[in-house]
Design a protein around this ligand. Structure first.
Ligand code: P6P
Length: 340
């Protein structure tokens, strides 16, 4: 049955009806995330008008200057998520350790890892930025506070993942393991409305997306890939295009719709960048879940992202993600199986 308007809430309820054992907790959790997204969207879109721009002065745990919107987005996500009683703990890019549920709130059966505002260094340039989230079912006994054990699960255990991109429009893209759905926020009545059903990524694309300023610091395999990509003239005679926004959600979203591959490999610029810059739990894992649900592929160059067993909440991972054929070509170069 199609409704006069397919809102996110109605869609989640429809998805839940397919699972008789569903308790509604999942619906409530995704609805809470959507609420946080609407609030963050409102302030991101006002950012140029109110004193919410610029540095908040603080530093996050990675030593990155915190933008005011970063801090606001993190607080909004935490407040939206801890209250609902669906979670037993959370993890955020902006918080050192895992975030406990306040003792006066009920504990739930899920955990959520999130990056509240990825790409925030681009805020003042009005570049699209995003909130990225990953949801697992808890593995420790119900009724007690969650622990790191509930958070440090491999990406293949995710029960849902997605992102909210704040750009020319605000869109929530998510999957619960049965395809990828995108909803565009209609600000006139504050609802996310279905805009893309069963979204799939083209098997191959024309875009490679990588920050070439690190060229001298990459392994030879990555350099060989980029040398190839610059010269490649696929069967249709149309060479590849380099596109790099420097905002993960924006670069990923473009490739999801148009096809292509995004690479953030490790480099030797500093010891902390050997495993790349992007975070496994709340950046690579959720986007890998989405891209695989859309028919694409994601790896660290050798191992599928979703198979990586995490050992630290904030660990980084090299990320090669996008159209299946394009990712496989990049992997062949990175693994030394081809040099031209
Ligand atoms: P670089 C933004 O700061 C971010 O975390 C991602 O959104 C983006 O893909 C990456 O860093 C860009 O990093 O080193 O290319 O500036």
């Amino acid at each position: 049955m199609t409704y006069f308007v397919e809102t996110l809430n109605r869609h989640i309820i429809e998805q839940e009806r397919r699972y008789p054992e569903a308790t509604g907790a999942f619906t409530a959790l995704l609805t809470d995330i959507a609420l946080a997204g609407k609030i963050i969207s409102y302030y991101v879109n006002k950012a140029g008008l109110v004193d919410i721009l610029g540095k908040a002065g603080g530093m996050n745990i990675h030593g990155e200057t915190q933008e005011k919107l970063d801090v606001f987005a993190n607080r909004t996500m935490v407040r939206a998520l801890v209250h609902g009683g669906q979670l037993c703990t959370l993890a955020s890019e902006e918080s050192e350790g895992i975030i406990p549920i306040p003792s006066d709130y009920p504990l739930g059966r899920y955990v959520c890892c999130f990056d509240p505002l990825d790409g925030s260094s681009n805020i003042e340039a009005n570049v699209s930025i995003g909130t990225i989230f990953s949801i697992f079912r808890r593995i420790t006994p119900d009724g007690k506070p969650g622990t790191e054990k509930d958070i440090l699960q491999p990406g293949k255990k995710q029960v849902a993942a997605g992102y909210i991109i704040y750009g020319s429009s605000t869109m929530m893209v998510y999957s619960t393991g049965s395809g990828v759905y995108a909803f565009t926020l209609d600000p006139s009545y504050g609802e996310f409305v279905l805009s893309h059903e069963n979204l799939t990524i083209p098997k191959k694309g024309k875009i490679y997306s990588i920050n070439e300023s690190y060229f001298d610091y990459w392994d030879e395999g990555v350099r060989n890939y980029v040398r190839w990509a610059k010269r490649a003239v696929p069967e249709d005679g149309r060479p590849l295009n380099s596109r790099y926004i420097g905002s993960l959600v924006a670069d990923f979203h473009r490739n999801l719709l148009y096809g292509g591959v995004f690479l953030y490999p490790g480099d030797s610029k500093s010891p902390s960048r050997k495993q790349g810059k992007l975070r496994l739990l709340y950046e690579a894992n959720p986007l890998a879940f989405i891209v695989e649900q859309a028919g694409g592929r994601a790896s660290d160059g050798f191992t599928p992202i979703l198979d990586i067993e995490p050992s630290d909440v904030h660990q980084t991972s090299p990320l090669i993600i996008g159209s299946e054929d394009d990712v496989r070509i990049a992997e062949e170069f990175i693994q030394g199986k081809r040099t031209t």
